[in-house]
Write a protein that binds this ligand. Sequence first.
Ligand SMILES: Nc1nc2c(ncn2[C@@H]2O[C@H](COP(=O)(O)OP(=O)(O)OP(=O)(O)O)[C@@H](O)[C@H]2O)c(=O)[nH]1
Ligand SMILES: [Mg+2]
Ligand SMILES: [Zn+2]
Length: 347
Amino acid sequence: MAADFLDIADFGYDDFFAASFKKEAESGELPARVVGHNRHYYEICCEKGRISAKMSGAIRYASVLKSELPAVGDWVAVSIRQDKGYIRRLLPRKNYFSRRSAGGVVDEQVVAANIDIAFLVMSLDENYNLKRLQRYLSIAAAARINPVILLTKSDICEKLDEMVGEVAAISGRVPVHAVSSFSKESFMLVNSLIKPRETAVFVGSSGVGKSTLVNLLLGEERLATGKVSAATNKGQHTTSARELILLKSGGIVIDTPGMRELQMWQDEELNGFGQTEELAKMCRFADCLHETEPDCAVKQAIEEGTLSAELFEMWKKQQAETRELRIQKERSLKILETRRAKRKKGK
Ligand SMILES: Nc1nc2c(ncn2[C@@H]2O[C@H](COP(=O)(O)OP(=O)(O)OP(=O)(O)O)[C@@H](O)[C@H]2O)c(=O)[nH]1
Ligand SMILES: [Mg+2]
Ligand SMILES: [Zn+2]
């Protein structure tokens, strides 16, 4: 156990968590933040320092969804015995970034919890993909997380203005910044966006430069970063685990491994499509499919060039996916609830 005393306020502990901690705390329990974990252990920080902790059987037993288990960024109640921590409870989350994890049963996987700002990172090379970015925007909006788009590798981009413009066209009110991990200005910009005691998460595909940016903020090569092979320009998965780190500036950052596939889980209104949604309300028929119906405001706007046909296609596709996801989710939840009920009976 690290001997030094930690001020958990530096890790973002505030009245919100204190209120729910105190309500149910048993004697000897301490509030702690999850800063990392592997299959068997959690790394947590509490007033006694950074320690390894195990999850109590009670939490494991009570959880059927993966998202009910602690994840990086979560606040938990721990008890400590002989320098070992035992996680007793998960404190309620302010918000969390999650995605759907495929498997036998569709389940929800928490990428990071209790987030003040999410950096949606996309690089201005082969990784550039507006549809994927749109999906990240939708996830952030559904999760009520404040996003900022970082377009990385601006140093090797030849069509910078054009690409930033394209992103700005779909991002609505979300700020967009082109950055390079090798520039002092980018460091100052990103650093200024992370306020002391606030938590920023970096999400995005593998190889876009998330860990490089975090190292830039740290001022040291603490995290491993990937070599991009010149032949394919594809980064390999370099970061393998999520990790929460304090910056000298007082900000808190969470680096995450690149996600190959990203499917939504949280109940996603179709966000980031404000203009399309507004137009759809003006169609003659409330259930207009925007295909061949008369007086379709959406089709008209596309013909007049005031709505991008591409954006409309993305919207339609995402609507279909959302419908499909709802059906799958309901199915999974039913299976999981049955499992929960069985466990209760077996008790
Ligand atoms: N040209 C250029 N290369 C960069 C920049 N930022 C990062 N890179 C390079 O991109 C490669 C991948 O960077 P990482 O930081 O490991 O990417 P990551 O997003 O953490 O990737 P995963 O951990 O696999 O999710 C490394 O070789 C970096 O040197 C940048 O601003 N410009
Ligand atoms: Mg990384
Ligand atoms: Zn219509």
